[in-house]
Design a protein around this ligand. Structure first.
Ligand SMILES: [Zn+2]
Length: 229
């Protein structure tokens, strides 16, 4: 079974598995690093980690146009439903649910989650998605490192998507610590180089990952797709 991850720029990702498209944190039209427009994307599901504009800006238009189901914190689902999104699936920390593309478990994330109009977005979260063959894919969302990451690694993590931009989230130093706790086979960097304040040298980061951890870094350029078996 082949799955793929496409980095659409900033913290926006497309997971494709079992022929199902799962769009994570859609932020395209106002995203200086995005190569695609929101109107060009199709999705079956949309996963939202928290309510900030750089993670949710294009969620309602994409979900309304495509009929995708949005998976998010309860508060975010209510907010999107009030903006015309017909299909939402509310979840919260610690909960898991089996979707057609895999089992989604909601994790903590140390961040904040106010929605663009000031509404309460609930708690910020991350997701562990267990896809075909039991492969676990961890989307950390926006967060600093936390010791509970050790718990996530009780069962092997195949792929981890971690922020490395610093300033708003963990930076390269904390990400190395996170990788040492999570011990993923593969790690992909996210949430960097969108604006000068989160500029990072991803190749230097990858070199550190190879030197200081047992994980393999995969650095994509915006628009680039990585496929694995
Ligand atoms: Zn963010």
């Amino acid at each position: 079974m082949t799955s793929s991850l496409t980095w659409l720029g900033h913290a926006t990702w497309m997971l494709e598995t079992c022929g199902i498209k799962v769009l994570i944190d859609p932020f395209l039209d106002g995203n200086p690093s995005a190569k695609q427009s929101a109107v060009d994307l199709s999705a079956d599901f949309v996963l939202i980690t928290h309510g900030h504009g750089d993670h949710i800006a294009d969620a309602a238009p994409i979900a309304s146009r495509t009929g995708a189901t949005v998976i998010a914190a309860f508060e975010i689902c209510e907010w999107l439903a009030a903006r015309g999104v017909a299909k939402t699936h509310a979840m919260n920390i610690g909960g898991a649910y089996r979707f057609p593309f895999g089992r989604v478990q909601v994790t903590i994330a140390h961040h904040s989650s106010m929605l663009p109009d000031g509404a309460n977005g609930g708690a910020p979260v991350g997701y562990i998605v267990t896809i075909a063959n039991g492969r676990r894919v961890y989307f950390a969302g926006d967060t600093g490192v936390f010791l509970d990451m050790q718990r996530f690694a009780r069962e092997p993590i195949s792929v981890a998507v971690l922020p490395i931009g610093d300033n708003f989230t963990m930076g390269p130093d904390e990400s190395i610590e996170a990788i040492q706790l999570l011990r993923p086979e593969i790690v992909l960097p996210s949430h960097f180089n969108t604006w000068p304040v989160i500029a990072q040298d991803a190749d230097a980061w990858a070199e550190r990952v190879r030197r200081e951890t047992k994980s393999r870094p995969v650095v994509l350029r915006p628009g680039e797709k990585w496929t694995w078996q």
